[in-house]
Design a protein around this ligand. Structure first.
Ligand code: HEC
Ligand code: HEC
Length: 331
């Protein structure tokens, strides 16, 4: 499938979302596409409204949030690449390389914690990282808040969204996070088959599902509506990890190389793969799992040589592609 084929539809649907909910100020709920997803969780003090989500969207795409006005959130989280950037590791402020590969932001509403080692509990605080990080947007919160307060257009938008005359980080973070919670992907061909009972998967993909849930054992970690249980796992990518993952947080050596299990949605748009973008294609990913990963004392016992035939490998790859969406869900 053409990598760019998902390009326009998500953007159009986002537009539809905002136009159809143009009764600004009024509270509304974004409903996930099917029963597989629980309701979208919101902070108690931050219910969604159309004007708040629209403001969050504007901030998300605004390069003025970075120190020298060259980098926005969308520089590394592009809608047309399912909110990733197609690079092994992201490039931010003044061309500096970040430590990791940019993950998708679709369905972040349901993540129990953020970053590969899960060190941040909420969307509202996660964004402090990119906004202030030297390699990302290199700004400081006081500078950012000053700059936005000087902009009369933003003053009007904040007034309309939050009925506040003073723009502070509290409201800015809530606007961006409400936009992020509106990014929902749940209408892939696999969803239609698995949750809605439509006969849309072909025999290759169905064989792939049998392997995924059986012999290949992928379902042990990649399960639930977002195809992840969010657990931290070392999958034997390296014999020695330069990025130690969960160990950064726990200092427990059995956690070296453990990363938050990622979603498998929209893999057609999110290459390259893994926390450091080291695997370029789904073929490379399947080769990795087929070999059972490299030796590492913290590797999950679930990683074992699979001895898949060539046909089984292509069945699995066909299935992985069927997890990709061409629309973002709009209510
Ligand atoms: C320079 C590139 C860059 C910019 C700019 C950037 N990000 Fe990210 N983002 C990343 C990378 C790389 C990660 C992965 C970090 C990690 O796992 O430790 C990430 C992770 C995230 C996550 C966590 C996702 C997860 O699965 O845990 C969220 C949410 C996020 N970014 C939102 C934002 C928002 C909001 C902005 C703007 C305020 C932003 N990002 C700006 C590169 C960027
Ligand atoms: C023990 C838990 C576990 C099992 C079993 C498992 N995975 Fe993973 N998977 C992970 C973790 C953790 C990562 C992220 C590793 C990293 O970033 O270094 C990952 C990453 C991936 C990625 C890359 C996603 C991305 O956006 O970077 C793909 C694709 C993938 N797995 C497919 C599979 C398939 C197919 C199987 C079965 C053959 C499988 N996984 C089995 C835990 C698991």
């Amino acid at each position: 499938m053409n990598r760019k084929s998902g390009l326009w539809i998500p953007i159009l649907c986002l537009k539809v979302l905002f136009i159809t909910t143009s009764c600004r100020g009024e509270s509304f709920e974004i409903k996930p596409p099917h029963r597989g997803f629980p309701p979208v969780p919101y902070l108690e003090d931050s219910p969604p409204t159309a004007s708040r989500i629209q403001l969050g969207k504007k901030l998300f795409f605004d390069k003025g949030l970075s120190a020298d006005s060259t980098v926005s959130c969308a520089t590394c989280h592009l809608p047309e690449l399912a909110f990733t950037d197609g690079k092994p590791k992201s490039i931010g402020h003044q061309g500096m390389e970040t430590a990791r590969n940019a993950p998708t932001l679709l369905n972040v509403a349901w993540h129990p914690y953020f970053f590969r080692e899960g060190g941040n509990p909420r969307l509202e605080s996660q964004m402090l990282g990119p906004l202030e990080n030297r390699e990302e947007m290199a700004n400081s919160i006081p500078n950012l808040i000053d700059r936005i307060n000087q902009n009369s257009h933003y003053r009007n938008l904040f007034k309309e969204a939050f009925d506040t005359d003073v723009i502070d980080f509290y409201h800015l973070a809530r606007a961006i996070a409400l936009f992020e919670r509106s990014l929902i992907s749940g209408y892939s061909r696999w969803d239609r088959w698995y949750y809605l009972g439509d006969d849309v998967l072909d025999s290759t993909e169905l064989r792939g599902w049998k392997l995924f849930t059986g012999k290949a054992g992928c379902i042990a970690c990649h399960n639930g509506p977002d195809l992840t249980d969010y657990s931290f796992q070392n999958i034997g990518l390296y014999e020695q990890y330069s990025d130690v993952g969960l160990f950064r947080r726990t200092r427990d050596s059995s956690d070296i190389g453990k990363m938050k299990t990622p979603t498998l949605r929209n893999l057609l748009y999110t290459a390259p793969y893994m926390h450091d973008g080291s695997l370029k294609s789904l073929e490379e990913v399947i080769e990795h799992y087929d070999k059972g990963g490299k030796n590492h004392f913290a590797k999950s016992p679930l990683l074992k040589p699979l001895r898949l035939s060539d046909e089984e490998k292509s069945d699995l790859i066909a299935l992985l592609k069927s997890f990709s969406d061409t629309i973002l869900y709009a209510p």
